[in-house]
Design a binder for this molecule. Structure first.
Ligand SMILES: [Zn+2]
Length: 138
C-alpha cells in the first residue's frame, strides 16, 4: 500500500498521512482525503450522430439556402436540390430584374426552419429522426 501524503496548508510541506501535525511548522493537517472513487460517467454517452445537431442547425439557420446543413447530415441529394433551387432563384431574380427575388428566400427559409427544428429536438430525437431514419426534409 502506497504511503499517502497530506500537503500542509501552512507551508506546503508534504507530510506522511498518519501525522496529525505538520512536521515542518506544526500546523494541524486536514484529514487525508479518501482515494477517489470511480464514478461511472453516464453524461458523456451521447448517441452517435448527436454531435452533428448543433453544426447542422446553425448552418441551416445561417446558410440555409446553400444546403450545407444537408451535406453535414449526409443528405447529398437534398443538399444539391437546395443549392440548385438557390442558384436558379438567383438567376431568375437577375433575369427578371429583381421581380423574382422573393424566390431566393424559399430555400433560405427552408434552411432556417429546418435548422430550428434540428436545434429544438433532443439528441435522441435528432439521431432517431435524421441519422437512423434519414428523414429527408424537415
Ligand atoms: Zn507546515
Amino acid at each position: 500500500m502506497a504511503t499517502q501524503y497530506t500537503t500542509c496548508p501552512g507551508c506546503a510541506t508534504q507530510n506522511a498521512g498518519i501525522n496529525a501535525r505538520c512536521t515542518n511548522c506544526g500546523t494541524i493537517l486536514p484529514i487525508s482525503p479518501m482515494p477517489m472513487q470511480h464514478v461511472p460517467n453516464y453524461s458523456g454517452a451521447k448517441p452517435a450522430g448527436a454531435e452533428k445537431k448543433l453544426a447542422a442547425g446553425l448552418c441551416g439557420i445561417l446558410l440555409g439556402g446553400l444546403g450545407i446543413h444537408k451535406f453535414i447530415l449526409g443528405y447529398t441529394q437534398e443538399g444539391i436540390i437546395l443549392i440548385s433551387v438557390y442558384l436558379v432563384s438567383f438567376i431568375i431574380a437577375m433575369v427578371t430584374c429583381g421581380i423574382g427575388t422573393p424566390l431566393i428566400f424559399v430555400p433560405t427559409v427552408i434552411g432556417i426552419v429546418e435548422g430550428i427544428i434540428y436545434l429544438t429536438k433532443t439528441d435522441e430525437e435528432f439521431v432517431q429522426t435524421y441519422i437512423v431514419n434519414k428523414k429527408p426534409w424537415f
